[in-house]
Design a protein around this ligand. Sequence first.
Ligand code: AMP
Length: 130
Amino acid sequence: MATIFTKIVNGEIPCYKVAEDEKFFAFLDINPVAKGHTLVIPKVEDDYIFHLDEETYIGLHLFAKKVAAAVEKAIPCKRIGEVVLGLEVPHTHIHLIPLNQESDVDFKKPKLKLTDEEMKQIAASIAKNF
Ligand code: AMP
């Protein structure tokens, strides 16, 4: 069965898309820990990042680097943090999180509540800078 992220790539489930190429895809995390919290995924399904073949692993990171640069231009912050958890969704993803302080990467704190319009604006702003 396809993962929820494959359904997003295929357009079967909506998302706030920020970037895409032939093999990789980026969209806003629906429960952001910070404004501009973005997920970067390979289109190919693999649960565990360290099980990716080398080409996909390197390609994912090069794509994430480009997305991070766009997030950094769109969202004022000190830098972009990169986190890999993968405990919830079994489809490799890198979290890119705009950081101003260490607590911005605390996944236990309450998530931000952003409106649909705010999420659309953030995604559009990152996409424009990609
Ligand atoms: P983890 O697998 O532990 O890295 O957590 C999965 C992440 O995916 C969480 O931060 C969720 O908020 C996010 N997530 C789950 N479903 C969606 C979705 N449909 N669209 C965007 N983000 C999602």
